[in-house]
Ligand binder design. Sequence first.
Ligand SMILES: O=C(CO)COP(=O)(O)O
Length: 248
Amino acid sequence: MQGKLVLGNWKMNGRHAANLALLQAMLADEDINRAGVGIAAPYPYLAQLGAVFAGSQLAVAAQDVSRYAADGAFTGEVSAAMLSDIGCRYVLIGHSERRQYFAEDDACLRLKLQAAVAAGLVPVYCVGETLEERESGRFAEVVGEQLKALDAIAGQGYVVAYEPVWAIGTGRVASIEQIDEAHQLILGRVLQCHGASASIRVLYGGSVKADNADAILSLASVGGALVGGASLEVKGFGKICQSAKKTL
Ligand SMILES: O=C(CO)COP(=O)(O)O
């Protein structure tokens, strides 16, 4: 059985000097510096991650990717092939902040998923409902609809991240029951649509912290964590990685 995957998502944070100190502290932490842990940094810092992580088992991840797979006249874009070329292993696709602020829709995300897989990257496909959708009892309908984009890469290797939008950055983590219900739904839909071969992991994201990681990561339906704010400091991120390590 695969171990629990912990990815830190720095979002739009970082400066070269501060990154170096943080990354070196991560390398020195045996709970962090191991297979099954990675960091998703902003594009300008991915090469720095690759250089610092070189020789370790820590994975480099990107936070986004172009929907256009072939090189060409797409000013400002970064292709999956470029991310693969600099050593990225994972790429976040469809994060709620990209859906919200950059109007990424199903058609766009399908192209991004296909581009990532074609370049040998492992997509981490993000789904999750808003507070209004949760409170109106529509979370299963919304997440089910978001999962349909995975049809674009049926049979390929990927990871899903369930991140209820109302838990992101709010400190209001989803309850263990809510997390398990959502993860069971996602696992059921994916296995139904893509067959048992789709041995995917479903990460939970949304206010994962040192003090709630044990409970969340002990759930069998949780295949790991996608960590925002807590990945910007080594102590808390190390505790989360330790919680994942304990489940091995
Ligand atoms: O969006 C997230 C990770 O991608 C979650 O962010 P927080 O851990 O800061 O809630």
